[in-house]
Design a protein around this ligand. Sequence first.
Ligand code: 3HC
Ligand code: NAI
Length: 697
Amino acid sequence: MTVLTESVRLETEGDVALIVIDNPPVNALSWHVRQGLNDGFSQAIENGAKAIVVICDGRTFIAGADISELGGKPKGPGLGKTQSSMEDSIVPVIAAIHGTALGGGLEVALCAHYRVALDSAKFGLPEVNLGLLPGAGGTQRLPRLTGIPKALEMMTSGRHIGTDEALECGLVDEVTSGDLADLRTAAVAFANRAIDESMPLARVRDRNDKVEQSRGDTELFANFRKSIARKTRNFLAPEYNIQCLEAAANLPFEEGIEVEAKLFLEVMTGPQSAAQRYQFFAQRAANKIPDVPRDTPKVNIESCGVLGAGTMGGGIAMNFANVGIPVTIVERSQEALDKGLAVVLKNYERSASRGSIPPEAVAERMGLITGSTDKADFATCDIVIEAVFEDMDLKQSIFRELDEICKTGAILASNTSALNLNEIAAVTSRPESVIGLHFFSPANVMKLLEIVRGDKTSDTTIATSMALAKRINKIAALVGVCRGFVGNRMLARRGAEAEKMILEGATPAQVDRVLFEFGFPMGPFAMSDMAGLDIGWNEKTSSSSNIRDLLCESGRRGQKNGRGYYTYDAETRASTPDPEVEQIIKDFAAAKGIEQREVSDQEVLERCLYPMINEGAKILEEGMAIRGSDVDVIWVNGYGWPAYHGGPMYWADTVGLDELLGKIKGYANTLDGAHWQPSALLERLASEGGQLQTFTN
Ligand code: 3HC
Ligand code: NAI
């Protein structure tokens, strides 16, 4: 065995040399890995190896470039040199893959002559999610194995594929089962076969049959662009990935590589990728709770209870069934239970009909959900999540009951969106086991989970909830108890200003357009229409005191009855501004003595976003979020803040805290509302030249 660098060593088994990479946690292609690979190939050949296996220690094959190195000063050899040593090797090179071969990792594997994988391995080019494209030849090599249509789908979604799919599309040559030691045995056996049978040195770059099938097919690319247009609006990387595949279809390999290199440099040095790479690390940082040690004991969660099968309860239950955790869902009546379970079934059937889950998964997952009308059935659950109406008396009476029913050590969670968790915990004999798990609607789809820490919530309850979030594929952020927690508290500021601006002369359509153009999927008025204007509105107590009251009083309930801030086409659900609404707003403004004027788009943007940022800074100041980056994780994953703007705290730093503070103070001179009073933290950071994105409590 020869140590090549701190992360790479060379081993020998007979005629086969093994280059072994050990760069925890995910064997990223740090500079010393690239250096070790280079040295490994030349030494192996010098030593007379007749075949070379590239394999990794630890949990995974190379999971990509070292993202923390991207954008910094280059160090060590470039990846291109390593790839040439592999591809042009005079002896066969076999990549032995376990875990996840992603990004630059898969691009290295594509330079081997053969690929052997464990059956649990996954493959993908997820660069697009970092605002990038596969910059190490992946855009030209992947389609040479999979064909252009599959590469288009994989590269613009970043989806990881399993070994069945990888075998089918020609990405791997052999699949084996077992553990890492079995993979090593299989790869060495493959290498010996390659030697004995003089297998050809198959270079992916030389294969043109599959890309030629799409040569000159402009319709294929035009249709594909159309199919992802809504989802990828304003993002640069998906379009650049497509352009690279057009080059793969229409140009020789070397020219395709030139296109890739030019476009890669542009996205890598651009603002979108910087923001998306920041978001990648922000999500991982949010998992770390400074005062909850990593080795904190956790409750073993084998079963889950959900109380309430309404809008949220059904979706919450699906998250657990999706990962094989049995769920008991309890409703107050058989009728409500049947209704809730029917919605869950319909959701699964829709996913199956779209092909996002296999048909047999519908019955499997429904089989993991047991309905009941008796809370006593929660007795054996390891965690129970309450999702009944938002009413403190009701929640307190339920938590008293759950405390009686649930076994010692079980976690009692509430999905409340705004109520005081401490008051809920206080009625139980185990406030240390009470926590908020704030899912977002639709709960089976939205990635974010705000985990709400009460005054008495224990480390074990927090550590268990954070780990559980990861298990059910959510992105979690820990927050403190305050009205609306982090996301909704900031959202309320935006809503208040948007409401004021339409009285001053902006229209709902203008406000929504400005936020849509910024990158939100929709603006506040379209969102209210979608949620239903009558949520929280009561016909008997309605007092014509705001626009929403007036709209509801005139029978406008939002999308559900085709009339809200907008009018909706019955078939297409397309929205159009309605003169009747504009008149209602004008009359109300006149009655209040508010003079209408033209409001510029810039003012709309600033008055929507700046008070939110100010509120975010107050949240940090009060310790209700641990880090500025946690606030960004919440907004990108729960509220549609565009990932290419990083998040509100990150974006504020790009605007400049000094400039932002000046604007906030300017608005505070003419506008009412505590949300215009500058946060002390914002003032301090602006004066010190600090940043919100790196602020940590
Ligand atoms: N570079 C640097 N660090 C990385 C990394 C990478 N490519 N991938 C993961 N890490 C780090 C994480 O920051 C985290 O660090 P921490 O423990 O200090 O917080 C640690 O590895 C573990 O990561 P996860 O918590 O995400 O672990 P999981 O087991 O849940 O997931 C994974 C593993 C699927 C590999 C996931 O980490 C992942 O998706 N990583 C990114 C993969 C990727 O995007 N690769 C492409 C990179 S760009 C590229 O290759 C450009 C090329 O084309 C030139
Ligand atoms: P919902 O009204 O759709 O569902 C509540 C369900 O609880 C109903 O099916 C009802 O029959 C059931 N229920 C009421 N009392 C019960 C009892 N004593 N025992 C058993 N079941 C009972 O409400 P939704 O929207 O699902 O909200 C539930 C909770 O989730 C609330 O606290 C809400 O604030 C919170 N929340 C809601 C979000 C949303 O977008 N709807 C988002 C995030 C949180």
